[in-house]
Design a protein around this ligand. Structure first.
Ligand SMILES: Cc1cc2nc3c(=O)[nH]c(=O)nc-3n(C[C@H](O)[C@H](O)[C@H](O)COP(=O)(O)OP(=O)(O)OC[C@H]3O[C@@H](n4cnc5c(N)ncnc54)[C@H](O)[C@@H]3O)c2cc1C
Ligand code: SF4
Ligand code: SF4
Ligand code: SF4
Length: 380
């Protein structure tokens, strides 16, 4: 039976819950706002399925050969400007939808809570486009994908690498009609911290948020901003360097514990394709550097390469070297260290500390900094 000994060892993918034959696992939200499986011992059959499908306890197979890599951007500037990076997801997803396939990805509901959903028409694509910097609730997507594949539909699943790994383990076998795409991933912040922050911004604006963009390119792709549009016509637009939520995210204060011990941040990944921001493109492929957003694309499997070929000139692609484009020191290739103030932040958060006090956790006391350094040294 699945028992979470350490929160670092559960990415919340739901593969265990969705595979349990006794249906005795529930996902329960902890005080930090992350969901973990909880099994009902009285109903458990001790079959061990949950442990076998867990991508952390038994990781899925990944290709051993290094991936092919490209710098890429959608040929349509309009699509690119609406996307977080170079718009590669939008091009691939539209192609799948036009072929009659189904695309799964992360979308906000009407209260700006993040859920994975399925879309079947190009008009719905905007809901999935754009990075949302919080953990997405995968809901019932895994069994729905299985059902779509059994009907013979083509499915494109997009998500983080741990969600991709969970899906692979849940399905248990390769399906020629399934393409798995993951995004390079710094880590995922707490959904509850996001909801509290958004409510705070709404109260400041005295109006409900209607639109949210974590990657507004108003001030360029490199200096992206969090942009909120309110019902009263007001806009909040703040650079990722100065917005409080983005600072807490990028300083590693509000990430899921498993993101500090990520098993999937490698060049070889449990997906067919990986997409991310091509930071440093100006040094590697200066001809693509225009500050409108460039993606780095990694193809791990023949299926992934074939999909890129199929979209043809809708994508501008220039080959590059994966190791140079994504060096081992990149935050999306190694687990980021926990900020020494993370524990104090979440203790205060659980007690209802107001947003106006959150900035103080960005600069922890000297004592906490020394303690954090010692812990990191010991762990090494
Ligand atoms: C939490 C998170 C952290 C990231 N960290 C990095 C990083 O450190 N370095 C880097 O190079 N790139 C990172 N990315 C990826 C990058 O921000 C872009 O998403 C990626 O380059 C794709 O951009 P695009 O222009 O092709 O398409 P977009 O239209 O921007 O694609 C969005 C895609 O991301 C998926 N998605 C959005 N939010 C989530 C979410 N919360 N969980 C799962 N899937 C989601 C959507 O389903 C869709 O498939 C991160 C993305 C997320 C969501
Ligand atoms: S051991 Fe089997 S029955 Fe028990 S929780 Fe795991 S999957 Fe469910
Ligand atoms: S990582 Fe996924 S499968 Fe493993 S315990 Fe957590 S939710 Fe279950
Ligand atoms: S950092 Fe790793 S564990 Fe965290 S969301 Fe990304 S892929 Fe999953």
């Amino acid at each position: 039976m699945i028992r979470i000994q350490s929160k670092r060892q559960c990415c919340g993918c739901t593969a265990c819950m969705q595979s349990c034959p006794a249906r005795c696992i529930q996902m329960v939200t902890d005080p930090e706002g992350f969901r973990y499986p909880q099994a009902d011992e009285a109903l458990c059959l001790n079959c061990g399925v949950c442990e076998q499908v867990c991508p952390i306890l038994t990781p899925p197979h990944v290709q051993a050969t290094p991936p092919d890599a490209w710098g890429a951007a959608a040929s349509s500037d309009a699509l690119r400007l609406k996307s977080s990076s170079g718009g590669v997801f939008g091009v691939l997803a539209r192609h799948i939808l036009e072929k009659g396939g189904v695309v799964y990805g992360a979308a906000f509901d009407d209260r700006h809570r993040l859920r994975h959903i399925a879309i079947e028409a190009p008009e719905q694509l905007h809901m999935l486009m754009g990075s949302k910097y919080l953990q997405s609730d995968i809901g019932d997507c895994f069994p729905q994908i299985k059902a779509h594949l059994q009907e013979g539909r083509t499915v494109l699943f997009s998500g983080t690498a741990c969600q991709a790994a969970g899906l692979r383990k849940f399905l248990g076998q390769e399906d020629p009609d399934l393409i798995i795409l993951d995004v390079l991933c710094h880590g995922v912040p707490s959904p509850e911290v996001w909801s509290t922050y958004l409510s705070y911004r709404e109260s400041q604006a005295e109006s409900a948020a209607e639109t949210v963009s974590f990657r507004s390119k108003r001030n360029g792709w490199r200096n992206f901003s969090l942009e909120l549009g309110f019902a009263n016509g007001e806009t909040y637009c703040e650079s990722m360097r100065t917005d409080l939520y983005m600072q807490l995210f990028l300083e590693n204060i509000i990430l899921r514990p498993s993101c500090h011990d990520c098993r999937f941040k490698d060049l070889n990944r449990p997906s067919d394709l990986t997409i991310g921001d091509f930071w440093g493109v100006e040094n590697v492929l200066p001809e693509l550097s225009d500050d409108k957003g460039i993606s780095l694309v990694l193809a791990h499997t023949p299926k992934g390469r074939a999909l890129l070929e199929e979209v043809g000139c809708q994508l501008r692609r220039i080959p590059t070297d994966a190791q140079t484009a994504l060096p081992p020191c990149a935050d999306s290739r190694r687990s980021v260290p926990m900020h020494p103030g993370r524990g104090s932040f979440f203790r205060a958060f659980a007690k209802g500390a107001p947003v106006s006090q959150w900035a103080s956790f960005l600069k922890p006391s000297l004592l906490l900094r020394i303690r954090g350094k010692l812990l990191r040294l010991l762990r090494r």
